[in-house]
Design a protein around this ligand. Structure first.
Ligand code: AP5
Length: 218
């Protein structure tokens, strides 16, 4: 299974990717998580990406494509993978087609999770994450402990720098301009499924499972 989860910031891509990973035993590849790790570890790439991410803009395509090609060559991707937050531009989508052709296997399915801007702002301004392991909390759905210490790893629970109101607005603008054209790109290839992301997490997950299982049968 080669799956892309497409959707605006806060649409629920990461939430659903984790559930798919647990059910189907294929890795979640989140370019955002990989970049945040590089930033935490202050690598050369992390130092380059930090300001771009804090501004809510996109890291250059060539950097992202190299990162993805390396990741897809790992043995755990042999039976499939879930791409979360990639591709985000037409050149990234075209680059991915070339990578998959080089790997000799192109069976992409794209699921777009669609959510209104009002809901995105509500979700992202309430999101908190562990600064060490990245575990997700939400002040409404899944509140963090009062002491703001992660129960999994003991890290400090914080708000992502790019979840501040001004940056959320910028990320939405970037999504509309640079990422939304991918909907048409994949529609024309007959690979796109669209689902309503305004419903409860389990309901969305059940619909994703139906799509994946119908694709497996065909
Ligand atoms: P990235 O980390 O990919 O952020 P994003 O796409 O903006 O996505 P988010 O993680 O914010 O949201 P999500 O859709 O995963 O939602 P989640 O499940 O967490 O990218 C960050 C930055 O890195 C980019 O801005 C860019 O600078 C850079 N970058 C990354 N990839 C790149 C690329 N390919 N090219 C260039 N640059 C790149 O859910 C959000 C909240 O809502 C959570 O609190 C969750 O609990 C809650 N929630 C989820 N589902 C529901 C539901 N159904 N109902 C109610 N609440 C829900």
């Amino acid at each position: 299974m080669q799956l892309i989860l497409l959707g605006a910031p806060g649409a629920g891509k990461g939430t659903q990717a984790k559930k798919i990973m647990e059910t189907y035993h294929i890795p979640q590849i989140s370019t955002g998580d990989i970049l945040r790790k590089e930033v935490r570890e202050k690598t050369e790439l992390g130092l380059k990406a930090k300001d771009i991410m804090e501004r809510g803009e996109l890291v250059p395509d060539d950097i992202i494509l190299k990162m993805i090609e390396k990741r897809l060559q790992q043995p755990d991707c042999q039976n499939g993978f879930i791409l979360d937050g990639f591709p985000r531009t037409i050149p990234q989508a075209e680059g991915l087609e070339q990578i998959l052709d080089r790997m000799g296997k192109n069976q992409l399915i794209v699921i777009e999770i669609s959510v209104s801007d009002e809901e995105i702002i509500r979700r992202l301004s309430n999101r908190r994450i562990c600064s060490i392991c990245g575990k997700d909390f939400n002040l409404i759905l899944n509140p963090p402990p009062v002491d703001m210490i992660c129960p999994v790893c003991g890290g400090k629970i914080i708000q992502r720098d790019d979840d501040k109101p001004e940056t959320i607005k910028k990320r939405l603008e970037v999504y509309r301009k640079q990422t939304e054209p991918l909907i048409k790109f994949y529609q024309q290839k007959g690979k796109l499924f669209r689902i309503d992301g305004l419903r409860p997490i389990e309901t969305i997950f059940n619909q994703i499972k139906e799509i994946l299982e119908s694709q497996n049968r065909s």
